[in-house]
Design a protein around this ligand. Structure first.
Ligand SMILES: Cc1cc2nc3c(=O)[nH]c(=O)nc-3n(C[C@H](O)[C@H](O)[C@H](O)COP(=O)(O)OP(=O)(O)OC[C@H]3O[C@@H](n4cnc5c(N)ncnc54)[C@H](O)[C@@H]3O)c2cc1C
Length: 364
């Protein structure tokens, strides 16, 4: 097998990129170490279509979030991918926090997020009578989707345009050669197989720095875990929108918030805890008190016994513990070799915009 383009990783980013690039004229292969697509970060997140409120102006996260959000709604609409424009409230729990909401709104508007409004207590209580706070920033363009249906769509689209996907195949080595790159793989039977490819897109999520290192390019990812607790289903329907506190100052996480799925089930999370570099998805039940304390400030209907450990996900962060904001890396570090590193939140929202960005890089 020789390829024009090899995409490493079948998460939402690799699949969106395959769907964007595939056009019957090129041989495109997606290599995935797992037995099916979407088993990495893409299956362990909040499934929120972010509007683009938080990210520093001019950053890739800010630009691609606004672009990706619109592309996602359009794709969901055209291809019947379950989604809902729920809207979202960011809550100031005290009067003194109102100024922070104003700053957040100003940042969002500079990023091109339209239709935001600052609501006083009385106004947001009309929208969400069961939420407590001094005021809120309302973002009507935030929503939720079924990420698995989205990934299935991207894969189907890429395959119908000639892309092949190979599962159970881990990339273990990369070497530059006259064809472009020699890719060494190891399959589930323990067999090695190598092939040549002209171009490579590294969309390996939590292992994207390891892949980059195979070509001599140094990045260092820090794993930062986000745990979720689910809220008793008896409370289903009590809140209609996503509800967030003000974000953490250094952009590590968005603060423990209330997410909804398409069935209206409610979850709290994710928090943000740096961890050793391993894929350990156990949720620490002892955190239940912390989650309760964080949430009850703006979700007064929650009782301690309503919340139980649910799932977790791991963020691939370029930002180390205690460090400041780091942007996505989307970079053609060697000719025809594009690294996508640090694709943490809002990586799902931005996936279709990242795909277009990669296409521009490869065609310029
Ligand atoms: C807790 C949490 C909540 C989040 N919430 C949101 C949200 O609400 N909205 C949002 O926009 N974003 C959110 N995100 C971010 C979003 O989920 C990610 O940015 C996105 O899913 C990353 O997709 P990916 O394709 O880059 O990575 P992945 O989905 O991890 O895909 C990478 C793939 O590469 C494969 N791979 C790795 N190494 C190799 C190798 N050597 N050979 C072959 N294959 C390999 C892996 O098996 C994996 O399938 C959240 C993230 C977390 C952790």
């Amino acid at each position: 097998m020789d390829a024009d383009i090899t995409i490493i990783g079948a998460g939402v980013v690799g699949l969106a990129t395959a769907s964007e690039l595939a056009d019957h004229t090129m041989s495109i292969y997606i290599l995935e170490k797992n037995e099916s697509h979407g088993r990495g970060i893409s299956s362990r997140n909040s499934e929120v279509i972010h509007a683009g409120l938080y990210y520093p102006h001019g950053s890739l996260k800010a630009i691609l979030c606004v672009e990706g959000r619109d592309l996602l709604y359009d794709t969901c609409h055209r291809h019947n991918i379950p989604h809902r424009r729920t809207g979202k409230l960011v809550i100031a729990t005290a009067e003194t926090e109102m100024v922070n909401l104003e700053h957040l709104m100003a940042n969002a508007q500079r990023n091109g997020v339209a239709s935001l409004s600052l609501l006083e207590k009385k106004q947001f209580s009309e929208l969400e009578p069961n939420i407590r706070g001094a005021g809120a920033l309302y973002s009507p363009d935030t929503g939720i989707l079924n990420v698995h249906a989205l990934m299935d769509y991207y894969l189907h689209d890429a395959k119908t345009k000639g892309t092949e996907i190979v599962y159970g195949t881990q990339v273990v080595g990369i070497e530059r050669n006259s064809a472009g790159y020699r890719i060494d793989t190891l399959n589930r039977e323990g067999e090695y197989f190598s092939f040549d490819t002209e171009r490579v897109i590294n969309a390996a999520g939590l292992e994207s720095d390891t892949i980059a290192k195979m070509t001599g390019k140094e990045y260092h990812l820090h794993y930062c875990k986000g745990d979720y607790f689910s809220i008793d289903n008896m409370k289903k329907g009590i809140v209609q929108r996503l509800v967030y506190p003000l974000p953490e100052e250094n952009h590590v996480g968005l603060g423990v918030h209330l997410t909804l799925d398409l069935q209206g089930r409610m979850k709290l999370g994710p928090d943000a805890t740096y961890m050793e570099r391993r894929e350990d998805y156990r949720v620490d039940a002892a955190k239940s008190g912390q989650f309760y304390e964080a949430a009850v400030k703006f979700l007064p209907f929650i009782r301690r016994e309503d919340i139980v450990p649910d799932m977790s996900g791991i963020r691939p962060k370029l930002q180390g513990e205690g460090e400041g904001f780091r942007d996505f890396v989307i970079s053609e570090d060697l000719p025809g070799f594009v690294n996508l590193v640090g694709i943490e939140s809002p990586g799902l929202t931005t996936a279709p915009a990242i795909a277009k960005y990669v296409k521009r890089l490869l065609t310029n």
